[in-house]
Design a protein around this ligand. Structure first.
Ligand code: HEM
Ligand code: HEM
Length: 431
């Protein structure tokens, strides 16, 4: 490379070098290595912190005042509506971008050694991001907020033994009330931001400790270039594009605000916040213990243990690992989409296990049995795909991960766009 490589770390003279090493591998900063997704998530968090602090100047976390404080902020405060819209849309973007970053790290094999712990830290960060969005959702104290939090916290009661007490603990009572609002507000604007900051710092440190982001292990030529300007300029461009996109959304699409919360009159349909729409959709098909607790728990455990399985070969650092990794992932995505769509339609219009096997308790007829059938289908598919492509352990895990993620995406999309009045299946234009 013909650019001058920095000889001494300029940490003291350049703020960006606190985050980056002075020099980096050129292939590590190629755009299609990370798509800048981790950096975008970090920027969105900064935006949330800044706009959140501004919102705090007007927001009042008490049922009689909260809604009015938002109306006042929107109508009487210079740029109040814009700031609220930016906070709203950055929250939505943050979930999507963090999810895409999770997919990026997975499909380049960055969850494997030596980055296993960072995968877990990432998952915790994701949970905090979801929880931040969730606690923020209640704050406007309108009908949407009140009922969305009511239905999603009611899912907690399906957790065996501790479910009811847990729900009462989370919402500080038997229904969403003034204490819930105050607790959610403090979690949202103090506790969660601190946890996010701490974990984010640790996450970044672990990236540095692992020697930067993962790169293909069979690169023919290794070029080293200074981070500044090579990396920092690219990050600047990504940041500007992201900020522009958020501004477009914030200017043209308002954050929702219905009428003030009314505990005596529920919305129809009452939908959970969009990132929980997949679980709410599962509840339409399975016994609540399985839909609200067992299946999500299994999914979380599976995603968490993925880095700790025994892999024979080190991660290649290539997208999808290999050509057969790519083909088997594509096939698995198509398989999952067709399977989930067919099962949703079957369960909605054709088969009702609870009626069909009415002699059995609902947890077996509408829980254990359909789940066993589903797992058998996936197992048969697993045997088929491993044999068809002669998959290695990494590629086989990848194919199963694709099925899990595709199923989650399909269920979430159905929940958001295809459930109308009385939670009946419908088309988005009839919503
Ligand atoms: C990861 C960080 C954060 C996320 C994902 C997030 C997300 C959200 C969401 C989704 C809402 C509801 C907005 C709406 O649609 O009306 C909200 C509201 C709010 N947030 Fe945050 N937030 C974050 C950080 C913060 C911080 C750090 C503060 C303050 C220090 C804050 C203060 C507020 C306030 C006062 C509201 C109520 C105003 C409103 O609802 O428009 N947020 N937040
Ligand atoms: C608030 C959320 C998050 C932020 C701000 C964040 C930020 C970052 C950044 C800036 C990087 C380095 C550059 C890049 O890959 O884009 C990174 C790497 C990494 N992140 Fe995250 N991340 C977050 C969530 C997650 C999640 C949900 C996961 C996965 C479960 C994850 C796993 C990883 C891993 C394994 C690496 C190392 C990647 C590699 O070596 O190639 N992160 N993260």
């Amino acid at each position: 490379m013909n650019q001058t490589i920095s000889k001494k770390p300029r940490v003291l003279t350049n703020i960006f070098l606190h985050l980056h090493p002075a020099n980096v591998r050129e292939d590590a900063i190629a755009f299609n290595r990370t798509f800048g997704l981790g950096g975008m998530a970090a920027l969105l968090i900064v935006i949330q912190f800044l706009t959140g602090i501004m919102l705090r100047f007007y927001y009042e976390p008490f049922p009689g005042l909260a809604y009015d404080s938002i109306v006042l902020l929107q109508n009487n405060v210079l740029f109040g509506k814009l700031i609220r819209n930016i906070h709203h849309w950055s929250g939505v973007f943050l979930v999507i971008i963090t999810f895409l970053h999770l997919l990026r790290t997975f499909f380049t094999g960055a969850y494997q050694s030596p980055r296993q712990v960072n995968w877990i830290i990432g998952l915790l960060l994701f949970a905090l991001v979801i929880f931040s969005n969730f606690t923020g959702y209640l704050l406007p104290w309108d009908q949407l907020a009140y009922w969305a939090i009511t239905v999603s916290t009611s899912i907690l009661q399906y957790i065996p033994l501790v479910g009811n007490s847990l729900r009462e603990f989370v919402i500080a009572g038997t229904e969403v009330n003034a204490d819930t609002l105050l607790i959610f507000y403090n979690l949202h604007s103090a506790v969660l931001p601190i946890l996010i900051l701490l974990l984010m710092a640790y996450h970044f440190w672990l990236v540095r400790k692992a020697g930067g982001v993962i790169v293909p292990n069979d690169a023919e030529e290794i070029n080293i270039v200074p981070s500044y300007p090579n990396l920092v300029y690219k990050e600047g461009v990504v940041a500007l594009v992201l900020i522009a996109l958020i501004l477009v959304f914030a200017v043209f699409a308002n954050a929702p605000l219905l009428e003030v919360a009314n505990p005596n009159y529920s919305l129809n349909p009452t939908k959970a916040p969009w990132y929980f729409a997949g679980i709410q959709e599962l509840l339409m098909h399975f016994h609540p213990f399985f839909a609200g607790f067992f299946i999500p728990l299994c999914a979380i455990v599976l995603i968490s243990i993925v880095p700790f399985l025994k892999y024979r070969e080190p991660a290649t650092g290539k997208w999808f690992h290999s050509e057969k990794g790519k083909s088997s992932s594509k096939l698995s995505a198509v398989f999952a989409v067709i399977l989930i769509l067919s099962l949703v339609l079957l369960s909605e219009y054709v088969v009702n296990f609870e009626l069909l096997l009415s002699a059995l308790p609902a947890s077996i007829s509408n829980g254990l049995i359909p789940l066993a059938i589903f797992i058998s289908i996936i197992y048969i598919y697993y045997i088929f795909i491993v044999r068809k492509y002669k998959l290695s352990r990494t590629e086989a895990v990848q194919a199963m991960f694709v099925i899990l993620i595709s199923s989650l995406i399909i269920l979430t999309l159905i929940g958001i766009f295809f459930r109308g009045v009385d939670m009946e299946l419908t088309f988005p234009w009839n919503l």
